[in-house]
Design a protein around this ligand. Structure first.
Ligand code: HEC
Length: 120
């Protein structure tokens, strides 16, 4: 038993390390990671009754359809996604309309869009 314990322990440790790495590499999930941020910071103006720029941000489909300026995001290409551009230049949410998107959240949104399969 005494010989087995350290082995068991390292197996457990390795197992959880692998799990942590897998989690860090998995792309963000719309329902779990993205939507809560949009709900807190965007959807009061982009969904339901109010739709600034005619953009509804409650579903991926609606964002792909986009608003007055066209699709809000381009799958696989965060750089060319209007939504990312507007957050990056601090135009969305509009000035004085807190809460703003944090740098960590912006990075997560970029990873989310870049991991999206581009069907065009
Ligand atoms: C206080 C209300 C408000 C909040 C909060 C807000 N927006 Fe907006 N948004 C608007 C309005 C109004 C417009 C359209 C007029 C304009 O372009 O200024 C707009 C336009 C946009 C557009 C361009 C739509 C188009 O096709 O023309 C995008 C993309 C966008 N918002 C993304 C976001 C994101 C992402 C967030 C959250 C981080 C956000 N907005 C938060 C009010 C808001």
């Amino acid at each position: 038993m005494r010989a087995i314990l350290p082995l068991l322990f390292s197996a457990l440790l390795l197992g959880s390390l692998a799990e942590v790495t897998a989690r860090a590499e998995a792309p963000p999930d719309f329902q779990k990671d993205v939507l809560p941020v949009f709900e807190e910071k965007c959807i009061r103006c982009h969904g339901g009754k109010r739709r600034g720029g005619k953009l509804d941000m409650r579903t991926l489909e609606a964002m792909l359809e986009g608003g007055d300026t066209g699709p809000a995001l381009k799958p696989g290409n965060a750089k060319k996604s209007l939504l990312i551009e507007l957050i990056h230049y601090k135009e969305m949410p509009p000035k004085k309309e807190e809460p703003f998107i944090t740098p960590t959240e912006l990075e997560m949104l970029r990873r989310w869009i870049n991991a999206m399969p581009d069907k065009t």
